[in-house]
Write a protein that binds this ligand. Sequence first.
Ligand code: PLP
Length: 436
Amino acid sequence: MLKSADHDHQGPLTDAEVRRIRNDFPILDQDVNGKPLVYLDSGATSQKPVSVMEAEQEFYEQRNSAVHRGAHTLAVAATDVFEDARGTVARFIGAAENELVWTSNATAGLNLLAYSFGNASVGDVPAEARQFGVGPGDEVLVTEMEHHANLIPWQELCRRTGAVLRFIPVLEDGTLDMEAAAALFTARTRIFAFTHVSNVTGVINPVVELTRMAHDVDALVVLDACQSVPHLGLDVKALDVDFAVFSGHKMLAPTGIGAVYGRAGLLDAMPPFLTGGSMITTVTMDGAGYLPSPQRFEAGTQAISQAAALAAAVNYLQETGMERIHGWEAALGQRLVAGLEGIAGVRVLGPAAGVARAGLAAFEVDGVHAHDVGQFLDAAGIAVRVGHHCAQPLHRRLGLSASTRASTYLYNTTDEVDAFLAVVAGVRPYFGVTGA
Ligand code: PLP
């Protein structure tokens, strides 16, 4: 981890600092296929620093117990770890503790919301829950760039309730068609669910502007912050969204833990999704009363050690400095795009070099399938993602079925980006593809 003096340093991380950061990530120090590993797949999942792995191990060595239920000392200690972790993660995104619900990942969080809204749409619904209900004539609005995790749950909600799904189209450069968007927000729009950062193009959406448009028509706003919370350092109150979801494993934490942010008043009024133990006040043979948020949405035994490790990940990110991380990744993103644009036969998806984007780039190589590009890179020790990246509609819009994606994080160096670019430049010659 960087020393305290580094935290006062403004501006992006430096290459020297990133080299020191890499010492905290043992997995990066290995050869793959005889070459030093270049890990450019953090958009799928990030690597973990030693402090995160130690936090999980320490929990099992010292405090393992079920939370909230036991009167014994270990149970109290485990509950303290679990709830302290909630506080750490909540503060990281500008939320209060009772506004942060643990889930297993972002997909589970988006399904929690869609199913809770569904539960508010049918049957005998309490008065305070009706604000979440949708039915025939109502509209749920998404965008054409959504990850399937933020698309299919809404399709299913519409199928179950008779509401209609609409989407804001994407322009050729990967950005949202804001003119079309203006016409799509109507009095019928009840829910607007959209991604902060595209996991394919790296486009950073204008959250405040879009949220204002949604709130002007009294729609609830759900932000998929999977690709932003790990990289940008965001404040849910400043963005004014009603709900936000993210996954721990993309932000240095283990798999199995994620979170839903929801405004306290909204969460307490929303019907639960999963029901069972730990989320009730009283239970009779006829029915049950539910606890307020967050327990209301945390039925069953939770991912306790993973929550502790996510808090350790947040501490690591904060010690390094989110603005500095973002600055570094933005520079890597620009280096990726500028380099890829300079290689004959390579087309970058999304904004051109010089336009703001996240630290990732997806591209197609003319005449070579993305899977072949991925294997060629893997043979050189370079790990990237190939396929549709769970965004088939966006690929279809951009005229593709698959692409190759390189995505960076705080531990990637400029040398790694350059090594990646050099190997991409060799793809077409290797496969015998010629032409511009
Ligand atoms: N949303 C976006 C933008 C993503 O990039 C991802 C993962 O790639 C998800 C949602 C789903 O995250 P998870 O698989 O951790 O639930």
